[in-house]
Write a protein that binds this ligand. Structure first.
Ligand code: GLU
Length: 508
């Protein structure tokens, strides 16, 4: 008989008055793409909507696939997205431990119970035998399935195997006929013919359970009321329903949530480059925009409202509209949404949140390393006022605004020469513009604009030719915020110096 960790083996599910209990049960097997967080977000939103609990459980029984750092990355991701956890590995809780590896004794106990009640059996088949069976099935075009060899061993054969110390797994003995119905509020009842189902392993030879037993024991003992998980789990759901039955437990409500798909309708996957939360953070997506975007991947409120604050989502979220809209991952839409959220920021907030992106090293996407850090906050704020309308991510700010901060501009002299102009005429235009600007008493955009336009007209130039040359001279860039507003922010001294330098470049 297996020794059980006393604390939680027969812990009853919490009383209904505790409200819904939902969990996020990731396996720390790598850096999770954003689709995984989407399903967790639905659970979180439902827990918050109903005043229930959101529980984090780490499914780490597949020790061969555990990846160092994955857990930390996951915890940081939850924090970044603002999904707080009511019970879990860091915060603890009454139904812990929240790492499956620390719950091994519980799984052994229930595997034992299933063996004793005849719902499971020891399988002594070697890998070689299982491979052979599989190959034969393939050759006969039969579905690959365990041939139930060990299910029918005699008591003597079992005793002999045990006496010989043969390693074994434990398999669940599925009913051989009849049907298993999997109730699912999203899909309706899904009915499976038992004769099509396999006797799956519920305890591996190393004494650790795979997902099938581990999640189920934990969901029960942790009092989980609603399980939201990817629809990939549908084929295993009849097994789970049968295990619940064999243990005499009421299953939680199972919701198989549609996968997040790429535009090509392929499942979003890390292998095909699906981003993780940290990619978004690095590129300067706002967590509140990503949160909003994720909520609409497979849930909709009314098929048209798209912008929701977190509070509005908590209020509006319901499980019965999950899966109504297809969860197509559209990076363009996220970019659009992020721009919208950036425009909604106050200038102070925009500045505070953009500064770290500007101040990070050049190699990580920050301003050129020659620009001295920390940046002047007031100046940065004035620069960002000019860019707020256009910014789609905070990460792209550095490239857009670097000329506001650089001491020396590098650009091709040809950038100064506009369509229909040549070097001497551009030279003349800039000389005259400099003299005019020099003579202005106020360095304000509205005081500059008309005189410069008038000057262009006097010289027989199109406004665009004059403005284009000035723009290139003061920024070294063809596309910038409105010229005069930008010159006002750059200041008289910098502009004069840059125009003078442009004139020198064009000197005959
Ligand atoms: N550990 C499982 C996974 O990461 C959890 C699935 C579930 O939510 O039940 O796929």
């Amino acid at each position: 008989m297996t020794q059980i960790d006393n604390r939680s083996s027969e812990r009853p599910a919490p009383p209904i008055s505790d409200g819904p209990r939902l969990r996020f049960a990731p396996s720390p097997t790598g850096f999770m793409h954003i689709g995984v967080f989407r399903t967790a977000l639905f659970s979180w939103l439902y827990a918050r909507h109903t005043g229930g609990k959101f529980i984090l459980r780490i499914e780490d029984t597949d020790t061969t696939r555990s990846v160092e750092g994955a857990l930390e990355n996951l915890l940081e991701g939850l924090e970044w997205l603002g999904m707080d956890v009511d019970e879990g590995p860091v915060i603890g809780g009454p139904y812990g431990p929240y790492f499956q590896l620390q719950r091994k004794a519980l799984y052994l106990h229930y595997a034992d119970q299933l063996l004793k009640s005849g719902h499971a059996y020891r399988c002594y088949c070697t890998r070689e035998r299982l491979d052979r069976v599989r190959q034969d099935q393939q050759a006969q075009k039969l579905p690959p399935r365990y041939d139930r060899h060990c299910r029918y061993l005699s008591a003597e054969e079992r005793a002999a195997n045990d006496a010989a110390g043969l390693p074994f797994t434990v398999r669940f003995a599925m009913p051989l006929d009849g049907e298993t119905a999997v109730p699912d509020p999203l899909h309706g009842d899904m009915v499976f013919k038992n004769s099509d189902l396999d006797d799956m392993i519920i305890l591996k030879s190393n004494g650790l359970p795979p997902y099938h037993l581990a999640h189920l024991v934990d969901d029960h003992l942790m009092g989980i009321t609603h399980v939201l998980r990817g629809e990939d789990w549908i084929p295993s759901a009849p097994l789970h329903v049968q295990i619940y039955k064999a243990l005499g437990w009421e299953p939680p409500l199972l919701y198989h949530v549609p996968n997040v798909l790429e535009k090509s309708k392929k499942k979003l996957s890390k292998r095909r480059g699906a981003p993780s939360w940290s990619d978004y953070a690095q590129q300067g997506y706002l967590p509140e925009a990503v949160f909003n975007f994720l909520a609409l991947l497979g849930w909709s409120y009314d098929d048209k409202t798209e912008i929701f604050t977190k509070e509005e989502l908590i209020k509006a979220f319901s499980l019965d509209r999950v899966g109504v809209a297809s969860g197509i991952y559209d990076p363009e839409k996220l970019l659009w949404m992020n721009g919208l959220y950036i425009r909604k920021l106050s200038l102070d907030e925009l500045t505070q949140r953009t500064l770290p992106y500007l101040e990070r090293p050049e190699a990580e996407g920050g301003l050129p390393d020659s620009v001295q850090r920390p940046l002047d906050v007031e100046y940065t704020k004035r620069v960002l006022t000019l860019e707020q309308e256009r910014l789609k991510t905070l990460g792209e700010a550095a490239e857009r605004v670097s000329f506001f901060f650089l001491k020396d501009l590098t650009y091709e002299t040809s950038l100064l020469i506009q369509k229909g102009m040549d070097a001497p005429r551009t030279h003349e235009a800039l000389v005259q513009a400099r003299d005019l600007l020099n003579s202005l008493s106020a360095w304000q955009h509205d005081a500059m604009e008309q005189p410069v336009r008038d000057l262009a007209a006097q010289m027989g130039l199109k406004a665009g030719q004059m403005l284009g040359s000035l723009r290139a001279a003061v920024s070294g860039s063809p596309a910038t915020p409105p010229l005069f507003a930008m010159m006002e922010v750059l200041g008289r001294e910098v502009c004069m110096q840059r125009i003078t330098e442009a004139i020198a470049r064009l000197a005959p």
